[in-house]
Every structure is written in structure tokens, then in C-alpha cells.
Design a protein around this ligand. Structure first.
Ligand code: FIX
Ligand code: ZN
Length: 419
């Protein structure tokens, strides 16, 4: 056992905790990044950073031009408009804007020059392989989970052709269309050779959906099956969705030992004119999670909720069901103010048996800022909690802190998935 932190009154103990939190390698359990074999599907560089949908939504707070005009522009022209509206005409103090600056700063670029052409020149000189390694090192990531959908027409052919995997990128099987849009998904499965019916679903259809899930699970070596759910999602219900989940998805997950990851709370296309930036948030009925965890104790569920108002109930559910592992501060909750609040709530109700964060990065470079910002908040929460323990006379060793932080940054998740 390494040195015991004798005192928490002074800076050294806090510094030691921060150092551990800032340097412990992380498994990023949900992103929209791709193995470099997917080539242009892996987004990176200044223009992709600027046209990130979080920034598109914020830029339209200031832009006057019609939506169609913006969408008709090239990526570089969109990036220039966003740069001007969010960084030049106003100070970039929102979390997503600050994230761009943290990223550039971590990459060693001088942000105070405000020189977009110079930034573009720098990125143009980088090679993708080296850039992946550099960003992962800066973020301190050892593994990145992708979001992999067989329904994605750009992604599917790459899997079908086959490629040599980059071991740092692991797969999550994303099945939103299957569960949420079965009438449209069914003909596609039929086209791919699965004998399914779109209407009155029979045992044959469930068997074929399971064959589809099994084939894709094996093909991509999926570590979990994932779906995002609309805020008004109901389960169980007297509909085909419930039957597909009960008769195909859950048995598949049990057979392959995979968690079913649920992300409730999105209101897709609240403003369709904003395209990907137009999704909103709504309060979810978390009895869905309760029904699944209670009804299917042999299944494992990973859950992150989008609404701030759902976070407390989700923690309480995790206290009741050990087949539930909660993770991440997703999307609109990934702002330091809420990461702080939600992480404190989780620690106080669950100890260390959860995964406080995932990045949800869509652009490779974002892992640097998302993780630096989150690590700092998580470190402060732990500093406070270990200090509160010290007041009782309980001292933690640095070995124990390292153990705890490893659990938060992937250890607890891996045990949950594997156990
Ligand atoms: O459904 C999801 O996985 C969401 O994370 C995305 O749809 C969303 O657009 C996003 O990027 C959130 O961070
Ligand atoms: Zn996501």
C-alpha cells in the first residue's frame, strides 16, 4: 500500500487526487467515432469541430439567414459562418464553444490569433493515424466505443467487405430503426435475406430478427446492443415494439451475454429545419427501466437519461436493481454545471458503482476537451468526498484512490458487462 493521505486539510491530498483523476486511462463507452478503416466517416479537424451540431444549434440563435441557405453552403462556408457568429461576434463562453478552444489549446495551437485559415493549414498537415494516437493520448483514452448501425448505408458496406480492425475501437450494435421503426426496418431485413413480416409478427419473424442480431453481433464483435428512446416511450405496451424487445432483443442479449443499453429522453426532430441539431429533450417515464430490470433479471441494462429531472429516479432505480448500470452525462447534460450535480448525486446514492461519463464525441478531436472538462469536475467531486471521509477519521491511500478512479473510468463498466 502506498502512502496514506494523512491529512486532507492541505493542498497535497487534493493535488494527489486530481493527478490520479487526470491521468487514469479511460474506456470511452459511447461515441460516434469510427475505426480509421471507415475513412471519411471518422470526422476530425477544425471544420468538423465547427459544424458540430451542438454549435449549429447555438449559431442559429444569432443567424438571420433562412435554414435552407445555411444547409446549401459547403462545409467550409458553414464553418466560417459559425466561427464568425459564435467566436468573433460574441465571446465563445458556451460549453461547446469553449470545447473548441480547449481542444485547439491542447493540440498546441494558439487560439488568441483567431486565425481560422492558419488553423485549417495546421490540420491539413496532420495524418489521420498520428492524429488518432495524439488525441487519444491527450484525452487519456485506452479504448473508444463506436456506434455501429447495420441500417447505416455508408457504414454497412464497410463491415460487409471486411477490414483489419484497429483494436482501440470497439463496437456497439445500434438498433434504433429495428425497435422504433419496425414497419420501415422489416422490408430492409427482408431485402437482406431475413424472412420477416412487417405486419402481424410471428415466432418465425422473431427467430429471423434474432438471426439478424446474431450475425451482426458476430460480424462487428459487439460489446452491447444499444437504442436511444423517445421521451414518450412505453414498455410494456400492447404493440409490436414490446414484442420485438421481449421475443428477439432480450433473448439475443441473454444468449450472447450482452447488456442492452437504453438512452431514454430524446425528442427527435423537435425542429426538423435544424436537421441533426434539431433534436430536443423530454422527461421520460422510467417505469420502462423498472419493468425491464424487474421483468428480466437475467438481462443487463446500461442506462443514461437525457433529462436532468430523470437523474434522481434513475439513481434510485440503480439502488434497486443490480442488473442496471448507469452511465454518462449525455448531450444536454454534458455541461460542467450538470456533470457536477449529477456526479455528486450518483456518488452519494451509489458510491462507485456507476460510470460517470462518456464523451459522445462525433469529431475525434472532441475527446480531448470533453474528457479534460469532465475529468476536472469529477476530480473536484472526489476531492470533496474523500475530505468528508477524512473528517470521520477514515483515510484513503493513494492505491485505494487509484482503484476507485479505475472503477469510475471503465473498471466498473467492464465488470458489469463481463460478470
Ligand atoms: O442518440 C445518440 O447516440 C445521441 O448521442 C446522438 O443522436 C446525438 O446527436 C448526439 O450527438 C449527442 O451527443
Ligand atoms: Zn450518442
Amino acid at each position: 500500500m502506498k502512502t496514506v493521505l494523512a491529512e486532507t486539510r492541505g493542498l497535497p491530498a487534493a493535488k494527489q487526487i486530481e493527478d490520479i483523476v487526470l491521468s487514469t486511462p479511460i474506456v470511452d463507452i459511447h461515441t460516434h467515432l469510427y475505426d480509421p478503416a471507415f475513412r471519411e466517416l471518422l470526422l476530425w479537424g477544425i471544420d468538423d469541430l465547427l459544424v458540430y451540431h451542438y454549435l449549429v444549434a447555438e449559431a442559429f440563435r444569432y443567424l438571420d439567414s433562412p435554414y435552407e441557405v445555411f444547409w446549401s453552403l459547403s462545409k467550409t462556408a458553414q464553418a466560417e459562418l459559425i466561427w464568425d457568429a459564435l467566436f468573433i461576434q460574441h465571446s465563445p463562453i458556451s460549453e461547446a464553444c469553449r470545447g473548441v478552444l480547449t481542444t485547439l489549446n491542447l493540440l498546441g495551437l494558439d487560439v488568441k490569433k483567431r486565425d481560422l485559415p492558419a488553423l485549417r493549414r495546421w490540420f491539413a498537415g496532420q495524418g489521420v493515424e498520428e492524429h488518432i494516437t495524439r488525441c487519444m493520448e491527450l484525452a487519456g483514452l485506452k479504448q473508444i466505443f463506436m456506434t455501429n448501425s447495420p441500417f447505416d448505408d455508408l457504414e454497412r458496406p464497410v463491415w460487409e467487405t471486411g477490414f483489419r480492425r484497429d483494436e482501440r475501437f470497439v463496437a456497439g450494435l445500434r438498433i434504433d430503426p429495428l425497435v422504433l421503426a419496425w414497419p420501415e426496418a422489416a422490408p430492409r431485413l427482408a431485402l437482406w435475406g431475413y424472412r420477416v413480416e412487417a405486419g402481424a409478427v410471428s415466432q418465425k419473424t422473431f427467430d429471423e430478427v434474432r438471426r439478424f442480431l446474431a450475425n451482426w453481433t458476430r460480424r462487428i464483435k459487439a460489446h452491447y446492443v444499444m437504442v436511444s428512446l423517445p421521451a414518450d416511450f412505453k414498455f410494456p405496451a400492447k404493440d409490436v415494439i414490446t414484442r420485438l424487445i421481449e421475443e428477439a432483443v432480450l433473448p439475443h442479449c441473454r444468449e450472447h451475454g450482452l447488456p442492452f443499453a437504453l438512452m431514454p429522453g430524446v425528442r427527435r426532430a423537435a425542429n426538423p429545419q435544424l436537421k441533426l441539431a434539431g433534436d430536443g429533450v423530454g422527461l421520460s417515464d422510467l417505469t420502462v427501466v423498472q419493468s425491464l430490470c424487474a421483468g428480466y433479471p437475467e438481462n443487463k441494462f446500461l442506462v443514461t437519461a437525457l433529462a436532468r429531472e430523470n437523474q434522481h429516479e434513475l439513481c434510485v432505480l440503480a439502488r434497486k436493481f443490480r442488473n442496471l448500470h448507469i452511465f454518462g452525462c449525455w448531450w444536454f447534460t454534458n455541461v460542467p454545471y450538470l456533470v457536477d450535480e449529477i456526479t455528486r448525486l450518483r456518488v452519494e446514492l451509489l458510491g462507485l458503482s456507476f460510470t460517470p461519463q462518456h464523451s459522445d464525441a462525433r469529431v475525434l478531436d472532441q475527446i480531448t476537451y470533453k474528457w479534460q472538462h469532465s475529468r476536472r469536475v469529477i476530480a473536484q467531486v472526489l476531492v470533496d468526498k474523500y475530505a468528508a471521509l477524512a473528517q470521520t477519521g477514515w483515510h484513503v491511500s493513494s492505491t485505494e484512490i487509484e482503484r476507485d478512479v479505475k472503477d469510475l473510468f471503465g473498471g466498473a463498466f467492464e465488470r458489469f458487462c463481463g460478470g
